[in-house]
Design a protein around this ligand. Structure first.
Ligand code: SF4
Ligand code: SF4
Length: 261
């Protein structure tokens, strides 16, 4: 019998939540284990970071000097490189330092800042090496990850949603929280894929899936201001979990005109 395709899951600067989304697949994880050999996944057990693989999943952003060399080695050792989650695709929460004085932040937090070696920015993986597929979310939706694996192994281009969360709300017949309750919501500019979880429970979307295709951030900025948000609050809406995504980085700087200090 032919060898099964090999898969690795690598971690960079992140909270491990996307790796947990893998582990939370339950029975589907057993299906995945039948389809592939997971050769490196430190959180789940196997450790072999230098193994050559067919698919390398990357969680986390480029945040420390040694990350730069490590991600290049991983790229050289894999056929497909797939980034998973807001950190890997858009810098993550830690990318808020891109708009601040990172050295000052470190000095204000650590008693001995000279021991901390971090880059002044947190950047998406695709800014440094080619990513064959980017799966968004904080954390990712495990079903999307599984579907991507199936597509890649079948030689089919994976399909990922790019619509706005609003579209998903309409499909689910959710009452719009912004129209009905005047709650500022990021759904009009945020990529769907989560099943519109937050509005389904009557709360606003906070954009954890990053920018949708063609997001009208100017119009949403005006709407948020109309709901009473001051420019700094609007900026923080865009500069949150996916702050290094260009559309949100620009919208936050335009809307708030302020550093996050
Ligand atoms: S994207 Fe969110 S859940 Fe995934 S590792 Fe980053 S912070 Fe954690
Ligand atoms: S509704 Fe928005 S914040 Fe909530 S999970 Fe979906 S994308 Fe993330």
């Amino acid at each position: 019998m032919a060898d099964k395709p090999k898969v690795a899951v690598h971690k960079f600067a992140s909270c491990d939540g996307c790796q947990l989304a893998f582990l939370n697949l339950g029975e589907d994880l057993l299906t995945l284990a039948q389809m592939v050999d997971i050769v490196h996944f430190a959180e789940a057990g196997p450790v072999n970071p230098e193994a050559a693989v067919d698919i390398a999943f990357i969680e986390g952003s480029i945040s420390m000097p040694e990350d730069l060399e490590r991600i290049r080695r991983i790229r050289a050792n894999t056929r497909f490189l797939v980034t998973i989650g807001a950190c890997a695709t858009a810098g993550g929460l830690q990318a808020l330092r891109n708009f601040a004085n990172a050295d000052e932040w470190v000095a204000s937090i650590y008693a001995r800042p000279e021991y901390i070696q971090s880059l002044s920015t947190s950047t998406p993986i695709a800014q440094h090496v080619k990513a064959d597929l980017e799966i968004w979310g904080c954390p990712v939706n495990g079903r999307q990850v599984l579907a991507a694996v199936r597509s890649l192994l079948s030689g089919v281009s994976p399909w990922l949603e790019k619509d706005k969360v609003c579209m998903e709300c309409k499909r689910q017949h959710n009452v719009c929280v912004m129209v009905a309750k005047d709650i500022p919501c990021m759904g009009p500019v945020t990529r769907s894929g989560c099943g519109a979880i937050c509005p389904s429970f009557g709360r606003d979307c906070y954009a954890c899936y990053g920018p949708a295709e063609n997001p009208n951030t100017v119009a949403l900025t005006q709407r948020l201001e109309g709901l009473g948000l001051v420019p700094e609050a609007v900026a923080r809406r865009f500069h949150f979990i996916t702050a290094a995504a260009p559309a949100f980085a620009e919208a936050g700087l335009r809307g708030g005109n302020m550093p996050h200090d």
